[in-house]
Design a protein around this ligand. Sequence first.
Ligand SMILES: O=C(O)CCC(=O)C(=O)O
Ligand SMILES: [Fe+2]
Length: 300
Amino acid sequence: MSTVLRFLPELGHWITHNLDAGAPPDGLVDAMVGQGMAAGAARAIVAAFVDARQRGVAPPVDSVALPDDESARPFIARPRLAPGHRIAAVDREVTVHARGRDPVWAALGPVLDADECRALIDMARPRLRPSTLVDPMSGRDVVSEHRTSWGMFFRLGENDLVARLDRRLSALMNLPLENGEGLQVLHYPAGAGSEPHHDYLAPTNAANRESVARSGQRVSTLVTYLNDVPAGGQTVFPHLGLAFSPVQGHACYFEYGDGQGGVDPRCLHASSPVEQGEKWVVTKWMRERRFVSAGEALGG
Ligand SMILES: O=C(O)CCC(=O)C(=O)O
Ligand SMILES: [Fe+2]
């Protein structure tokens, strides 16, 4: 079932004209809402025009189908990453080597210096555990049968270096420090990679639903490479045709949450297997609101 939404052809001309001129889709949605249109309708109409352009087909003339299913809500990116070639992130200026707009992604660096990378690896190494996957049926964590990575979490601000990086990365990602989850370090031995996945939390189990209820959805990810990988180990995005090279101190950034629960499935990604050497990364995930861990919610 879907509802058909009608609009004046003049509105369609205006949207096409502005998209041709390079206007960002979220700005068009805001302008339409400013003229009194309901946000859901504005998002659906602009999304239909953006989608038609991406597929190389004619845009709608005077109507679009509005899905009744909330999970099929059209996604309009609301970019958070600051504009420009260099971004000031508290104690470091980070270069934007390349960026994309829809979805928002960027190759950034250097985000960490070599000493910071080595110190994180040394602190993480004794705390690593085999990475787990959530079993979609039981919702329990299970160790993957594939050759996989090892991981650990730091608590937010748990020591001076972690606190400095929490501040730097949240400034770079342009969201409040408190919206950040604790840093995660992952280690991939030779031959290990990860399966294609989304970083946002699917509502398939109670733990994810409760986490989203506490802190909102995840909205953006920064993966920083802690060592040089001689071959393999790229972060790959199959829908975007992108592969980020694992180079020490440099980072892969992407956005997939609209801040209102909407998520963008095009940000599916994986780590390709490490062909030579090993791979270490540190990941920062950002939420819509202050991050409250399950332990904190229990008063722990
Ligand atoms: O190791 C990578 O390249 C990607 C890491 C990742 O997907 C994650 O931490 O969510
Ligand atoms: Fe990921």
